[in-house]
Design a binder for this molecule. Structure first.
Ligand code: CP
Ligand code: NVA
Length: 322
C-alpha cells in the first residue's frame, strides 16, 4: 500500500518540502490579493474534527478549501464520538473513503497519531497538547513578509513553553531562525524536549537559548511572541499560573527592551488582554496579530495544495501557474 503523507509534526516534512509549502502559499496569497482564486483543489473535501474550541483554525481551513474550489465538513467530536460511539479504526477507514484529508484538533497528541494509523488520506494536526504546526507555518510566513528573510531573525518567546512554543522552536530549527525562550520555573522546556525540538540537523543560522529573565531574553529580538498563560484544558491551573507568569507580561516596558524600533509583537491568539499582554501592545503599531492570524489561511492553503496534490508524487517542484 502507498505510504500516506501526514502533517502531524514538523518532522513529517523535509526542508525542501517546507520550502515548497511556502512557495505555494506565497504564490496563492499574491493571486488571492489580486482577486484570483484558482481551483487547485476542485472537488476535494476535507473533514475537520474538533475536540476543542477554535476560531482561526476552523475558519482558515474552511475558507481556504472554498477558495481552492473544494469544500469541508465540520465534525464536532461530541457528535461523531471518536472511540466512543465507534472505534477510531472504523472512523478512520470510513472518513478516508469519503474525504481527501482530515484536519484534527485533539486534546491528546496521541489521538491524532492513532487516527492517522487508520487513514488512507492525509491527516493534519490542527493543535494538540504538544504542538501546533499549522500555527508555526503562519508565524514563519508573517516573519518572512515583515523582514524579507528568515535566517538571522531573532524571536523571543516570552511565556509558557507550550504547544505553540514547541512548534515555533521546531520550525525555527528547520529554517534558521534564532529563538530565545523565557518561561517561569516549572513552565520551561526540559532538556529532552529541547533536544527533540531542535532536531538532529538544524540549519546553521538557527540558535536556541533559554533565558529565564524576560527583560534579558528580549534584548535584540526582532519579534516578541507570546501566548495565553492558561491553555485549553489547563483551566483548573488558572490561579497558580496567573501568579507564576505575572512577570512575563508583554507591556510597553518589555517591548522597549528589545532595543530595536523595528521589533514586532506576535500572538497566536486568542489573547487574554490584560494578562499575558496589555491592550496597549495588542493595539500598537508594532502588533502584527491580525496579519499573523490572516496568514493561517494563506499558509494552510500552501499546505493543503502540497499535501493533497503533490506530496509523494515525483513531479514536484513546478510553478503552480504553469
Ligand atoms: N491560533 C489558533 O489556533 O486559534 P484558534 O484556537 O481560534 O483556532
Ligand atoms: N496554547 C493555546 C493555543 C491556542 C491556539 C492552547 O492550547 O489553548
Amino acid at each position: 500500500m502507498k505510504k500516506v503523507r501526514h502533517f502531524i509534526n514538523l518532522s513529517d516534512v523535509k526542508n525542501p518540502e517546507l520550502d515548497r509549502i511556502f512557495q505555494i502559499a506565497e504564490e496563492l496569497k499574491s493571486e488571492w490579493k489580486s482577486g484570483v482564486r484558482k481551483q487547485y483543489l476542485q472537488g476535494k473535501v476535507i473533514a475537520l474534527i474538533f475536540e476543542k474550541m477554535s476560531l482561526r483554525t476552523r475558519v482558515s481551513f474552511e475558507s481556504g478549501m472554498v477558495q481552492l474550489g473544494g469544500g469541508s465538513v465540520f465534525l464536532e467530536n461530541q457528535h461523531i464520538g471518536l472511540g466512543v460511539r465507534e472505534s477510531v479504526a472504523d472512523i478512520g477507514h470510513v472518513l478516508s473513503s469519503m474525504v481527501d484529508g482530515i484536519v484534527y484538533r485533539a486534546k491528546k497528541h496521541t489521538s491524532v497519531t492513532s487516527l492517522a494509523k487508520y487513514c488512507s488520506c492525509p491527516v493534519i494536526n490542527a493543535l494538540t497538547d504538544q504542538s501546533h504546526p499549522c500555527q508555526a507555518l503562519a508565524d514563519m510566513l508573517t516573519i518572512k513578509e515583515e523582514f524579507g528573510k528568515l535566517e538571522g531573525i531573532k524571536i523571543a518567546w516570552v511565556g509558557d513553553s507550550n504547544n505553540v512554543a514547541a512548534s515555533l522552536v521546531e520550525i525555527a530549527a528547520k529554517l534558521g531562525v534564532q529563538v530565545v525562550v523565557s518561561s517561569p520555573e516549572g513552565y520551561e522546556f526540559s532538556e529532552k524536549q529541547i533536544k527533540k525540538l531542535c532536531g538532529s540537523k538544524p540549519k546553521s543560522a538557527f540558535s536556541f537559548e533559554k533565558i529565564q529573565d524576560p527583560f534579558k531574553a528580549v534584548a535584540g529580538a526582532d519579534a516578541i511572541y507570546t501566548d495565553v498563560w492558561v491553555s485549553m484544558g489547563q483551566e483548573n491551573e488558572e490561579e497558580e499560573r496567573k501568579k507564576a507568569f505575572a512577570r512575563w507580561q508583554i507591556n510597553k516596558e518589555l517591548m522597549k527592551r528589545t532595543g530595536k524600533k523595528s521589533s514586532i509583537f506576535l500572538h497566536c491568539l486568542p489573547a487574554r488582554r490584560g494578562l499575558e499582554v496589555t491592550d496597549e501592545i495588542m493595539d500598537s503599531p508594532q502588533s502584527r496579530i491580525v496579519e499573523q492570524a490572516a496568514n493561517r489561511m494563506h499558509a494552510q492553503k500552501g499546505l493543503l495544495v502540497w499535501l493533497l496534490n503533490e506530496a509523494g508524487k515525483k513531479e514536484n517542484f513546478r510553478s503552480l501557474s504553469r
